[in-house]
Design a protein around this ligand. Structure first.
Ligand SMILES: *[C@@H]1O[C@H](CO)[C@@H](O)[C@H](O)[C@H]1NC(C)=O
Ligand SMILES: *[C@@H]1O[C@H](CO)[C@@H](O)[C@H](O)[C@H]1NC(C)=O
Ligand SMILES: *[C@@H]1O[C@H](CO)[C@@H](O)[C@H](O)[C@H]1NC(C)=O
Ligand SMILES: *[C@@H]1O[C@H](CO)[C@@H](O)[C@H](O)[C@H]1NC(C)=O
Ligand SMILES: *[C@@H]1O[C@H](CO)[C@@H](O)[C@H](O)[C@H]1NC(C)=O
Ligand SMILES: *[C@@H]1O[C@H](CO)[C@@H](O)[C@H](O)[C@H]1NC(C)=O
Ligand SMILES: *[C@@H]1O[C@H](CO)[C@@H](O)[C@H](O)[C@H]1NC(C)=O
Ligand SMILES: *[C@@H]1O[C@H](CO)[C@@H](O)[C@H](O)[C@H]1NC(C)=O
Length: 501
């Protein structure tokens, strides 16, 4: 049974996460608005037709008298086998924006009958080239890369905040992007769909945080909510837009992948020849990163440095669909052979997860979060916590905690509650055992405060449940969406195939 068969009974709609930078000023039309669907201006990525629509929503829900609206782009794929009566639409959010969304787009569009494209969004630069130049001049460095990487990064993030402030100072944009706004947009979409006024939603990664927020703000309007690859919302709102527990499973995930590699053997995983246990192999790869830290290698137009090695390893365990090929390249790197091939592979991975050309991801996260920090010392506990929770990836990821510290804008509306909420229908949280970016512990944490909710653990690898197929997970999701059946608490689903097939 594939996920697809679930969706043959349901119509789908998806939302774009954020707001265009230059939106048309049109008068607010009252409630009864509907979405008119038509062909899209971009080619279909898969075989299932995608329709495009626009819904005009308020720019600033906190100042309705301004009457200012903008067109929120929507994409939908209709059910291939509609049922009567319809079960209603499911909204999706793939996370990001940018990072996860692009990954999802490339690998899942056909699978889920769905397309998501980028829209113009919150921006701190006139052109993508300007953003690129700023990223080189003021980089967010892996704190493990050099002795001064952290203090340099702290100063860089201050400059980034300054640039964003200057660019958006007179627009008020910075105060009207934020998750609470997106949550209200989602309910506008639900209204405009003219169904039963209830929300059905499947959110991945950041989309889970959006789902937590919408559930806490509109508990009476929740029909089905699957939150998959779960972000700890307490941390997100109070720790500079970062789930400081995000790496809780990262070392386990790393060791787990290496263990699968050794079990699969050299014919399926090139790295299996290196050492005979996952722990030894992990040590060898950490030593590799350390060697390259002090002796980076120039290859064509690229420097293989500490960040390169850590990023390569992290992307591979976060998106393990091509892991056998990755193992080949990592083994080459370990033996300093065919480095051109390694660099090309790294570049292809990077391209597949490239960020969108905007600043919305940090604009949203940073506007949402409170309090800010004036001194680096104030974020040090979070950096330490992340470094302590993952010895392999903490020194690569932890610097993200500095980005929002000096952010100049605050969302005018922000969810400030404790998520102690009873939703109209219980939430289904989903988490992978070996997810290096959203640990199942965060799913458990959030489930604890949403009354009646259940955690489904998928015993597999990668970021969120779609990274590996599991007939068990699919069956449980179908039962939830179609019949409203929640899995028994403590349910663990195995995946269908091992990582190295
Ligand atoms: C908004 O619309 C209302 C009703 O049409 C009108 O009375 C009001 O003047 C408008 N406000 C602005 C700022 O245009
Ligand atoms: C932003 O605008 C305010 C008031 O218009 C002004 O006082 C301030 O200097 C501006 N800040 C920047 C960074 O441009
Ligand atoms: C693991 O492999 C590396 C590289 O071949 C080697 O240097 C190291 O000694 C091995 N470690 C163990 C414990 O076998
Ligand atoms: C390492 O290389 C990356 C690009 O490959 C670059 O962004 C970074 O600044 C380099 N240096 C350090 C210290 O990470
Ligand atoms: C190096 O790697 C590339 C990309 O994987 C591959 O196409 C090429 O055949 C390899 N070259 C050698 C000499 O192994
Ligand atoms: C990190 O680990 C060190 C050493 O175990 C410990 O002293 C420190 O308190 C930990 N810091 C945090 C924030 O957990
Ligand atoms: C959830 O996480 C928050 C933030 O780390 C923490 O304060 C809270 O105690 C956790 N709740 C549960 C039930 O684990
Ligand atoms: C929904 O419940 C009906 C009746 O128990 C059952 O036959 C059907 O298989 C269930 N559908 C799903 C998708 O679980």
């Amino acid at each position: 049974m594939s996920l697809l068969s679930l969706f043959t009974t349901l119509a789908l709609a998806s939302i774009a996460l954020t707001k265009p930078v230059s939106y048309p000023r049109v008068p607010c039309t009252p409630r009864s608005q509907t979405i008119s669907w038509g062909p899209c201006s971009f080619p279909n990525l898969g075989s299932s037709p995608i329709e495009c629509g626009i819904l005009f929503v308020p720019v600033d829900y906190t100042s309705p008298a301004l009457n200012e609206t903008f067109g929120l782009p929507l994409f939908r794929s209709r059910a291939t086998k509609p049922v009567t009566p319809s079960k209603g639409s499911i909204l999706f959010n793939f996370g990001g924006p940018g990072y996860e969304a692009v990954q999802s787009l490339n690998s899942l569009a056909d699978f889920l009958h769905l397309g998501v494209v980028n829209t113009l969004r919150f921006s701190c630069f006139d052109t993508p080239a300007d953003r690129l130049i700023a990223a080189y001049k003021f980089p967010i460095l892996a704190i493990g890369a050099t002795d001064v990487a952290l203090v340099d990064t702290w100063a860089s993030t201050q400059v980034y905040s300054n640039i964003c402030q200057t660019k958006n100072n007179n627009t008020n944009r910075g105060g009207v992007i934020g998750t609470a706004y997106v949550a209200r947009d989602m309910m506008r979409i639900v209204d405009a769909l003219n169904e039963d006024g209830l929300l059905r939603f499947w959110g991945f990664s950041y989309g889970s945080l959006l789902g937590e927020t919408v559930a806490a703000m509109f508990p009476d309007r929740i029909d089905r909510l699957v939150l998959d690859g779960v972000v700890n919302g307490h941390n997100y709102y109070h720790r500079q837009g970062v789930d400081v527990d995000q790496l809780l499973s990262a070392d386990d995930a790393f060791l787990g992948v290496l263990d699968q590699c050794i079990t699969a053997g050299p014919a399926k995983c090139a790295l299996a020849t290196v050492n005979s246990t996952a722990a030894d192999l992990a040590k060898a790869l950490n030593r590799l990163a350390e060697e390259i830290r002090t002796a980076p290698i120039a290859v064509g137009d690229t420097v293989i440095n500490f960040t390169f090695v850590k990023e390569l390893l992290f992307i591979v365990i976060k998106y393990p669909s091509d892991v056998a090929n990755a193992a080949l390249h990592i083994n080459n790197l370990l033996h300093r052979q065919n480095l051109t091939g390694v660099v090309d592979y790294y570049k292809s991975l990077q391209a597949s997860i490239a960020m969108g050309d905007d600043d919305a991801i940090w604009g949203i996260k940073c506007s949402d979060t409170f309090p800010r920090s004036k001194e680096l010392s104030e974020v040090m506990p979070d950096i330490e916590h992340m470094s302590n929770t993952s010895s392999t990836f903490g020194p690569y990821v932890a610097s993200v905690t500095t980005i929002c510290a000096n952010w100049p804008f605050e969302a005018k509306e922000r969810y400030a509650g404790d998520f102690k909420v009873k939703t109209r229908f219980p939430i289904l949280f989903v988490g992978n055992t070996y997810d290096p970016a959203t640990p199942v512990a965060s799913a458990r944490n959030m489930s604890a405060s949403f009354e009646g909710s259940v955690v489904l653990e998928q015993h597999g690898f990668g970021h969120a449940s779609l990274s590996q197929l599991s007939a068990c997970t699919t069956t449980n999701l179908q039962a939830y969406f179609v019949n409203g059946t929640l899995p028994a608490s403590g349910t663990v689903c195995e995946v269908d195939a091992s990582l190295f097939k």
